[in-house]
Design a protein around this ligand. Structure first.
Ligand code: C2E
Ligand code: MG
Ligand code: MG
Ligand code: MG
Length: 290
């Protein structure tokens, strides 16, 4: 016992650890400044059903003045820990709703749905439902076009509160997807009680779906499970035509991934072809690049 305490005390004065603590504090200060300074931006990745792009997922990007582009994998967990995710998440909702309203004005893009990632801490705020509805109303965006992506841990944390919040938003037309499905620990009975619309097969299962029989089985099982519960199933991280064909052959409804496009700026998104798998001439015509 004494030995363990001693080791912890030593670690506390470890100069390397001190450097990590300082770097963390600086990153937190930078996130705060970045929110104030407009350094965050949403990128959009198309989602495909059949031959056409039916919607997209908004993915947060940070253009740090010194470090350049910083991945959400780095700053989202820290923002979550420090509570900065509340400000960041509200900004994401507002920016996403403004984008939806802009697309609604363009006949070519007006049909698109937009999926937004919601962090556990953001969802657990008492005012979360009001925050989403306010973002939609002030942008003039249609709730039916907005989909919120939640993760398994978040859903199980306080099941009654979760179901109530989802129900209130669903009554306004907002949809719900369960992100990274298969990596968490939801039981099937929870899955049935939650008012979900979509399951997203985690990219960790998609990556080796053709070479790892276990991943193939998991992917097929998620499709079968989702379908039998009346849910839409989408695969993320689809990078090859062979992966796409496998998933399609097993009944997966939709997909997103580098095979069509990585997440891109709103401007570049507007210039993407909105079809997949049609002859090249038709795609060029459709993209307006005659
Ligand atoms: P996620 O929601 O599961 O998003 C999927 C991640 O896979 C994204 O990483 C996306 O860029 C990447 N991806 C898409 N297609 C492919 C592909 O074909 N191959 C591979 N290898 N990767 C692909 P990204 O943008 O770095 O985001 C990472 C995570 O950060 C997201 O995972 C999400 O959990 C979180 N995140 C991103 N934006 C937001 C946000 O606005 N709010 C919150 N709370 N979390 C966010
Ligand atoms: Mg997501
Ligand atoms: Mg995911
Ligand atoms: Mg993820």
């Amino acid at each position: 016992q004494a030995k363990a305490t001693g080791r912890n005390a030593l670690e506390f004065y470890d100069p390397q650890l001190q450097a990590v603590v300082r770097a963390r504090a600086r990153l937190v200060a930078d996130i705060r400044a970045g929110i104030a300074g407009g350094q965050f931006e949403l990128f959009y990745q198309p989602q495909v059903e059949g031959n056409s792009v039916c919607g997209c997922e908004a993915l947060l990007r940070w253009r740090h003045p010194r470090e350049g582009y910083v991945s959400p994998a780095v700053f989202i967990p820290l923002a979550e820990e420090t509570g900065l995710i509340l400000q960041l998440g509200e900004w994401v909702l507002q920016a996403a709703c403004r984008q939806l309203a802009t697309w609604a004005q363009e006949p070519r893009l007006a049909h698109l749905t937009l999926a937004v990632n919601v962090s556990p801490r953001q969802f657990r705020q008492p005012g979360f439902v009001g925050q989403v509805l306010a973002a939609l109303a002030s942008a003039g965006a249609r709730p039916h076009k907005l989909k919120l992506e939640l993760t398994e841990g978040l859903l199980l944390d306080n099941l009654e509160d979760t179901i109530r919040k989802m129900g209130e938003l669903k009554a306004h037309g907002v949809g719900f997807a369960l992100d990274d499905f298969g990596t968490g620990y939801s039981s099937l009975s929870y899955l049935k009680r939650l008012p979900l619309d979509q399951l997203k097969i985690d990219q960790g299962f998609v990556r080796d779906v053709l070479t790892d029989p276990n991943d193939a089985t998991i992917a097929r099982t998620i499709v079968a499970l989702g379908t039998s519960l009346g849910l839409h199933v989408i695969a993320e991280g689809v990078e090859t035509e062979a992966q796409r064909l496998f998933l399609q052959a097993h009944g997966c409804h939709a997909w997103q991934g580098y095979l069509l496009s990585p997440p891109v700026s709103a401007e570049r998104f507007g210039a993407l072809p909105l079809t997949y798998g049609l002859p090249v001439q038709a795609r060029l015509r459709e993209s307006g690049a005659r």
